[in-house]
Design a protein around this ligand. Structure first.
Ligand code: FE2
Ligand code: FE2
Length: 222
């Protein structure tokens, strides 16, 4: 459940799927009971867009890194931001996306609430205590802790960033940060790519960003 994190960026000898993410939606229905349990929490901060797309990226990363515990990664990414559904909504945009937003109190609060939700939702669905602990360890600090502790943690962090490179992520996140899409794409390349922890995620990010920039005509619309 907790695989040691190799040096970063983590290399892979497996093929990496860099095709548009809409071609490989989240696989299977095994997580549907978890989705059903968190529907209200998906209605905040576009979690109903962010979480499923991020899960699709997480599954691609798991295919590139088969040593990782795939179920831990998938469940952790599904639940990681559900805590936004239980914090004061007005503060999400005012504190969560301006100033030193990575250290805003609301960021810590959404992580804590996400851990509470995981502990509420998973045990009644039959997930074992050790599994729930592994998921909670990833959710806790996923935005505010500087370093990834395990390979599973690193894959969740990368999937959480990769969704922004798809045009749906650019559409939503550029609005949150009050940036035009072209400026936001520049920021993805200069600030978010260097934060990625795996070689697979870096390849996917570059491919998605190129496609999104072409699609959105960011060379001209700036
Ligand atoms: Fe988050
Ligand atoms: Fe997230």
């Amino acid at each position: 459940m907790r695989t040691e994190l190799p040096p970063t960026p983590v290399v892979t000898s497996r093929p990496v799927d860099t095709s548009p993410i809409s071609l490989t939606p989240p696989a299977g229905a095994d997580l549907d009971p978890i989705w059903a349990a968190v529907v209200p929490e998906t209605r905040t901060r576009s979690n109903d867009i962010h979480l499923p797309i991020s899960l699709a990226y997480a599954e691609r990363l798991c295919a590139a890194y088969p040593d990782a515990d795939r179920l831990v990664v998938r469940v952790a990414i599904l639940l990681h931001d559900t805590g936004w559904g239980r914090v004061d909504e007005d503060r999400i945009l005012s504190e969560g996306f301006s100033g030193d937003w990575r250290k805003a109190a609301i960021r810590y609060e959404h992580e804590k609430q996400g851990c509470v939700i995981a502990r509420e939702v998973l045990p009644p669905l039959g997930y074992a205590p050790e599994f729930v602990d592994a998921v909670v360890d990833i959710i806790d600090g996923h935005d505010t802790r500087k370093e990834a502790r395990t390979l599973e943690d690193a894959l969740v962090r990368d999937a959480d960033r990769l969704w922004r490179f798809d045009h749906a992520g650019i559409a939503l996140a550029s609005g949150w940060f009050k940036m035009d899409p072209a400026t936001y794409c520049d920021r993805l390349a200069s600030e978010i790519v260097p934060e990625l922890l795996t070689e697979a995620a870096i390849a996917i990010a570059h491919a998605e960003l190129r496609r999104s920039q072409d699609l959105l005509k960011t060379a001209v619309l700036r």
